[in-house]
Design a protein around this ligand. Structure first.
Ligand code: MG
Length: 248
């Protein structure tokens, strides 16, 4: 998983360097797909078709501004100065998975957009810090929710992080909030244990948390058009604290 995560990190670094006004999201996809191929890794998203989704046609998801997650790369989606772009990549390497996502500025962005990026990154850091023995999944979720709430942002309620290892989505779900009220969405809670591996992925929303999926069967956007940001790392629970597996 560390090797898979390292390859994902290299793909992210190469895409990050290519981000500029005028670049298409398809170009970023091509860069990531080359990195994976050069390292003998396979993309997890390409052909992925859970439920009634059509097979995903690319290596990365590229989600601009009010697109929360699952944007489909395209030659006709051209980055503009002031945009923020969320990029998500996962790969299989020797049977194991690494999964990470980051949201980047395109050229100069507004202070409010930068604050959203910083807060989402801080939410991920807080959730990783909470990924220690003695805590439970609910503590990780609450760390994300608390950081988002203090900064005045909503979190995506129905999209969660996930266990990861032999496949991209395993138990447990790692939500970005936790609520015990009756009738609310519930997830199973687990004690963290040495050897657990999961992807934590805060998705913060500047406006209301109501989302919808576009007709392409994938792209998730905010209904009110508000900005969103998404950061994700794959971590392993170890005796000495969480190891981030998706660093370079
Ligand atoms: Mg991911």
């Amino acid at each position: 998983m560390r090797e898979a995560g390292r390859i994902v990190a290299i793909a992210h670094e190469e895409m990050r360097q290519a981000i500029a006004p005028g670049v298409s999201t398809k170009r970023l996809d091509t860069i990531a797909s080359s990195v994976l191929r050069e390292h003998g890794a396979e993309p997890c998203f390409l052909g992925y078709a859970p439920g009634d989704h059509p097979p995903f046609p690319a290596t990365i998801t590229a989600s601009i501004n009010s697109e929360l997650v699952h944007g489909i790369p395209s030659d006709s989606r051209i980055l503009q100065a002031g945009d923020i772009i969320g990029l998500d990549v996962a790969c299989f390497y020797q049977g194991m998975v690494g999964d990470a996502a980051f949201t980047h500025a395109v050229g100069e962005i507004s202070r409010s957009a930068q604050r959203l990026l910083d807060s989402t990154s801080a939410a991920l850091a807080a959730a990783i810090k909470a990924s220690v023995l003695g805590n439970r999944i609910s503590d990780v979720a609450k760390a994300t929710a608390k950081t988002a709430g203090r900064a005045g942002y909503s979190v995506a309620l129905q999209y969660t992080g996930h266990g990861v290892g032999y496949s991209m989505h395993e138990e447990p779900q790692v939500p970005n909030w936790w609520h015990s009220k009756k009738g609310q969405m519930q997830w199973q809670d687990y004690d963290l244990a040495v050897g657990m591996t999961y992807a934590i992925e805060p998705m913060l929303i500047a406006g209301r948390p109501d989302l919808e999926e576009l007709d392409d069967g994938w792209t998730v956007v905010t209904k009110d058009g508000s900005l969103t940001a998404h950061f994700e790392h794959t971590v392993a629970i170890c005796e000495d604290g969480p190891w981030i597996l998706t660093l370079p």
